[in-house]
Design a binder for this molecule. Sequence first.
Ligand SMILES: C[S@@+](CC[C@H](N)C(=O)[O-])C[C@H]1O[C@@H](n2cnc3c(N)ncnc32)[C@H](O)[C@@H]1O
Length: 529
Amino acid sequence: MEEETALQHLRSKATEQLLREDWNESIKTYSKFISLCQQQISNTYNQSDLSKLQKSLCLSLSNRAEARLRLRDFEEALKDCDEALQIDSTHFKTLVCKGKIMLNLNRYSMGLDCFKAALVVESNCNGNLEVLNGLIEKCKKLDYLSRTGNFDVSDWVSSGFSGVCPELGEYFGNVEIKRSEISGRGLFCTKNIEVGSLILVTKAVATERCILPKCSNGVLGENAQLVMWKNFIDKVNESAKKCPKISHLISTLSIGENEDDLEVPDISLFKPETQGKSYVDKNVDVDKVLSILDVNSLVEEAVSSKVVGKNSDYYGVGLWLLPCLINHSCSPNARRLHIGDYVVVVASRVVKAGEEITFAYYDVLSPFNKRREMAKTWGFQCECKRCKYEEEMQSKPEIGDIEKGLERGQDVGCAIFRLEECMRRWVMRGKEKGYFRASFWKAFSEAYESEKTIRRWGRKIPALEVIVDSLVEVVGSDERVLKVLVRKLKKSGCGFGEMERAMKLGRGVYGKLVKKQALRILLELGLHD
Ligand SMILES: C[S@@+](CC[C@H](N)C(=O)[O-])C[C@H]1O[C@@H](n2cnc3c(N)ncnc32)[C@H](O)[C@@H]1O
């Protein structure tokens, strides 16, 4: 009798905490209730009492799962759901809760099964029907998207990234992890990929964003970045603590040293549906996590900054697991877009089967020495083909002279003329020319934006279209190049060929996420200038 009173007391306390949305406290109280209830069950022989106790146990497990789901502790919430469903496989609340957990874990078809089972149980439910059907539709849509990669964010992009961020799901294209000639492991294509095709779409383990305060001495900005970085580290640690799979995958990432000794993980480990393996190392050493984040966190780029209102002081950082296996190249073949908590990796030029997928960690439309400095801040020396080539060419004094001339404010047209002359004399091939043109993009863009320079230098410098094609061949599509091209087309009119070139470039910048019609509108609008 005493135990029954204790159970009743705990149950009403936990229910009250749950209603107050005090998730942590309700989990504690439900845990006490659950262990007391389990004890009672083992000492009860009367069938009707037993069935009452089991019903209570099932409901409390389901409620604890709900609280854990709210705290994003999916692993433990899932265990509760499975235990509750063992008692009653048709428990409506538990089926819905499990479905929501599956949705959060990007396991859409399993989520769909749960919601469908819940619908069968409460086929005549009234208030729940609409919500349930909504969840079923959402699972179906995300399941389709994650299988086909047929995402469409046209409306969001054409509206200038305003409104709610489109819902994406996880997508893994034809890729595998292998040893890389650049460094350690890398991500490789297993099939030919067209410009703009999606390579992968994946959700962050954690992100943190802020608008840096404007200030004259930069201290406030630095402090804000430090606070943000600390919050980010806490979030990553929290996610790793809650999920052994995340903890395990984080522990496989590089700390930027001895990469050739690192194990090559199978790509299936990164897929949402891969579960069940018992991951033992639940806690990665805190210092190791810091080194891992130093090497693997990505700063969000321009497109996503528009999500929070085109603010140039916007600063966002995140950890996306599989993209951590993508090496940098100054001649990259892919780009990343940040949409909400997802990172989308798209081919920015044609990628052949077997080729390594690379994207830029820093601005590759800059000269060799500047890139070398930026690589240093990342803690490595770039081993890409373009850097190796440009390093060899450092022995030619002409390149250094042109760079120095530009620093001193020399006319950009003159610098371009000299560069093109040198490349002609040295009988450089297409790709090699592209490397240098990319290094001097700043001068090229200034020249094409200045009517005076164009008038003065005319045919003595290459046409913009020649440079665009040359750059795309070596660094893929780039938003800045696209903008200069679109501005010229708007000024001087545009025929079919020119529009095709701009569309192709746009495809490489935004990927097939933005459909043809929306891309055309974007280009005609001058890309939101
Ligand atoms: C995000 S990880 C990339 C995957 C890494 N190679 C691995 O095996 O886990 C970043 C690290 O890879 C190495 N790396 C990436 N791109 C490189 C490049 N172009 N040249 C030399 N090292 C590079 C550097 O050690 C860098 O700190």
